[in-house]
Ligand binder design. Structure first.
Ligand code: GLU
Length: 258
């Protein structure tokens, strides 16, 4: 089975933005276990800008400062991933919007990735934040991961974040809020209803981008699972039948959405 697994900045960094070796290790152990069970796994990782900020203690005031911090942070991020995934070989792929919107660039990207998967290496993908501006930016890694899942015809997209799924209301404010186990079809109304709320301090996404990602995946017939990165062994649990610890956005084909 081919998986695209995305992890957010808040799941990898400490509160001050420092990249956490333990968090990277907890995540990559699970990626390795999936890989060792024969799955093909593409990782989408956030954390470049957060790590750049955590490392330098600089808060960017301009786009070019943000780009420079992304370059610094991305290098740290890959150093951690390379060490944590060893002895499995990994490779870094950095994307911009034209790489997914232009058919020729898309093909080039897909060919590169196919080789990496055939060679049983693990592609680790992020947006190329060091060079993107408003014109060329995808903007958040939830959307990036969903497009990627479609491009590489993944069987499953997993988004790991600091909450264990989609709730009927904000669970931090409303103790009566209930987690939704499965959602057959994300509508624009869902995006409006559940998508309010701020993205994390260092990342770009919030619930809105996760629901948009689910729409992209569902439309292409790919299941998306939203789950907590803090849940021990969460990827193995997602792989087991009948686990009900996150929200499954079920794959559907041929249905026109609202
Ligand atoms: N690409 C950004 C980074 O690595 C994160 C984007 C996001 O949070 O979705 O810092």
């Amino acid at each position: 089975m081919r998986w695209v697994v995305k992890i957010g900045t808040s799941s990898l960094c400490e509160a001050d933005g420092q990249l956490s070796w333990n968090k990277v290790l907890m995540f990559t152990r699970q990626i390795k276990a999936l890989h060792e069970r024969g799955h093909q796994v593409v990782v989408v990782t956030s954390g470049a800008i957060g790590t750049g900020m955590g490392t330098t203690k600089i808060r960017p005031k301009t786009l070019s400062e943000r780009q420079a911090l992304a370059a610094i942070g991305q290098a740290h991020l890959m150093e951690y991933y390379r060490k944590a995934l060893a002895p499995i070989t990994m490779g870094q792929l950095l994307l911009t919007y034209p790489d997914i919107s232009d058919p020729i660039r898309r093909d080039i990207f897909c060919q590169t990735l196919e080789h990496m998967l055939q060679w049983r290496t693990i592609p680790v993908v992020n947006e190329n934040d060091a060079v993107t501006d408003d014109e060329s930016r995808i903007g958040d890694n939830d959307t990036l991961a969903a497009h990627l899942a479609v491009m590489v015809r993944a069987n499953r997209l997993v988004i790991l974040t600091d909450i264990d799924g989609l709730y009927t209301d904000n669970p931090y404010q409303n103790p009566g809020a209930q987690r939704i186990d499965a959602l057959p079809w994300v509508t624009l109304e869902h995006v409006e209803q559940f998508g309010a709320g701020e993205p994390g301090q260092f990342g770009a996404g919030g619930m809105a981008t996760k629901l948009q990602a689910a729409r992209i995946a569902q439309e292409a017939g790919i299941e998306m699972v939203l789950a907590s990165s803090r849940e021990p062994g969460v990827l193995q649990k997602i792989d087991a039948p009948n686990w009900q610890g996150g929200t499954r956005f079920l794959a559907r084909r041929g249905v026109s959405h609202a």
